[in-house]
Design a binder for this molecule. Structure first.
Ligand code: DOR
Length: 447
């Protein structure tokens, strides 16, 4: 089934460095009919070719987001699959995994198929994560086998997490048998006890109900025990605490098949932001103090955390303008992720650019099986490979020296709830190429 056809025509990306299997090399990239055909210097562009300027830039594999809330079906005022895909393309993403907490949620073949169909023609490839339990209610397992047969590779009740250990254990076992991955939103609701921010000095000072780090860590620990016992593969979503990073590090050392992601807001913002009582800083898991932010950065640098995932969570102004404790948690992420990661991890923490591309592209593609070796759900093309002849041209061209200022209303997302409003950013996405089609040129969406 060719739901994702390669684009016809020739594109030449001229100048700059290219992330190849051998590392960063100064070269041009030639794309013919959707495939990379050459990575070499001083290419003469054939007549009729589209030439993209990449002077001073880095061309690498397009980013893959393991954690995008697209809101369709159910909350199309906040985001649609098309608007979210446009935001993704502008952020350099060639594939995203849509989270299942829509309305109705992604717990049936009917709804999953509808989302995949809507995502088949957008400016980024849309894979989906199926719900683990019916209605994400945490009781009865969703038809995981039926969804897996449709190509769904990740299963999660993101938004809440599976509270009942027995249900989690059964689902993990079942996913393992089917060769798909159980992904957990780690939050023990009994421990979280309705807290809307991190429990600590700021929650006490501001009089906002807090949830302790242990609400996340207890579920991380439970799931790692279960995965170890069952020999199951598990992916942990949006980790945010010192203890979570330590637990994953220890589990990896023991050989447990765990992968983990972290979101840009958890390595760039602290809970001091909530002093404004501005609900744009409300997110789940909540923003944490400095030591947690430092632990996430360390985990990203040392390989404990495998992927940067945006947790792009659009919400309408009417809901985000509610008082802090009533507003929904979540913040936009797709269009700011690269700049934040470049600034915080490469410029400030000294991470190599190669590792940044592993975190934003190669590793998430592997975790979602959107890489060349994976099952690649529903006819998706391969993502995450370093640039070399023969790969599908799912590419991003980033400009590390660019400077821009975030304005929620200027973002392609239908929602405006960015916590980085007015902030000046280092590094930007210049071009995004999807299956050989330049869907973003010089920072402008082409459709
Ligand atoms: O902040 C969040 N928002 N965390 C989640 O887990 C869910 C998400 C949403 O759907 O808005």
């Amino acid at each position: 089934m060719h739901r994702y056809p390669l684009a016809k025509g020739t594109v030449v990306i001229r100048g700059g460095a290219v992330l190849t299997p051998a590392g960063l090399v100064d070269a041009d990239v030639v794309i013919v009919d959707g495939l990379v055909t050459a990575v070499e210097s001083n290419v003469t562009a054939p007549e009729g070719a589209t030439v993209l300027d990449a002077e001073g830039c880095i061309t690498g594999p397009g980013f893959v987001d393991l954690h995008t809330h697209l809101r369709e079906p159910g909350k199309e005022q906040a985001e649609t699959i098309a608007s979210g895909a446009r935001a993704a393309a502008l952020g350099g993403y060639t594939a995203v995994v849509a989270m299942p907490n829509t309305s109705p949620c992604l717990d049936s073949a009917f709804v999953v198929r509808a989302v995949l169909d809507l995502g088949a023609t957008t400016t980024t490839e849309v894979a989906v994560a199926g719900a683990i339990t019916v209605g994400r209610a945490g009781e009865q397992l969703a038809p995981i086998a039926e969804l897996a047969a449709l190509g769904v590779q990740l299963f999660t009740d993101d938004g809440t997490g599976v509270q009942h250990g027995g249900v989690a254990r059964r689902a993990l076992d079942y996913c393992t048998g089917l060769g798909v991955t159980y992904a957990e939103h780690c939050e023990d609701l009994a421990i979280a006890s309705g807290g809307v921010v991190h429990e600590g000095a700021w929650s006490a000072k501001l009089g906002l109900p807090g949830q302790p780090a242990s609400a996340e860590e207890a579920m991380v620990a439970r799931d790692l025990l279960l995965a170890g016992e069952l020999g199951a593969r598990i992916h942990l979503l949006h980790l945010s605490t010192v203890g979570s990073v330590e637990l994953v590090r220890a589990a990896k050392a023991k050989g447990i098949a765990v992968t983990a992601e972290a979101a840009p807001h958890h390595f760039t913002l602290t809970d001091a932001e909530i002093a404004s009582y501005d609900a744009r800083f409300k997110v789940n898991p909540p923003l944490r103090p400095d030591e947690h932010v430092a632990a996430i950065i360390e985990g990203l640098c040392d390989g404990t955390i495998d992927a940067i995932a945006t947790d792009h969570a659009p919400h309408t102004p009417e809901t985000k303008d509610l008082p802090f404790d009533e507003a929904p948690p979540g913040m936009l992420g797709l269009e700011t992720a690269f700049s934040l990661a470049y600034e915080r991890l490469v410029e400030a923490a000294g991470m190599r650019v190669e590792r940044l591309f592993d975190l934003l592209s190669t590793n998430p593609a592997r975790i979602a099986e959107l890489d060349a070796a994976g099952a690649r759900p529903y006819g998706h093309t391969a993502h995450g490979a370093r640039v070399a002849p023969g790969i599908p041209a799912n590419l991003v061209v980033v400009d590390p020296s660019a400077r821009w200022t975030v304005a929620g209303t200027a973002l392609a997302s239908l929602a405006t709830n960015t916590p980085y409003e007015g902030r000046s950013m280092h590094g930007s996405v210049r071009h995004t190429i999807l299956r050989g089609e330049p869907v973003v040129i010089s920072g402008e969406a082409q459709r």
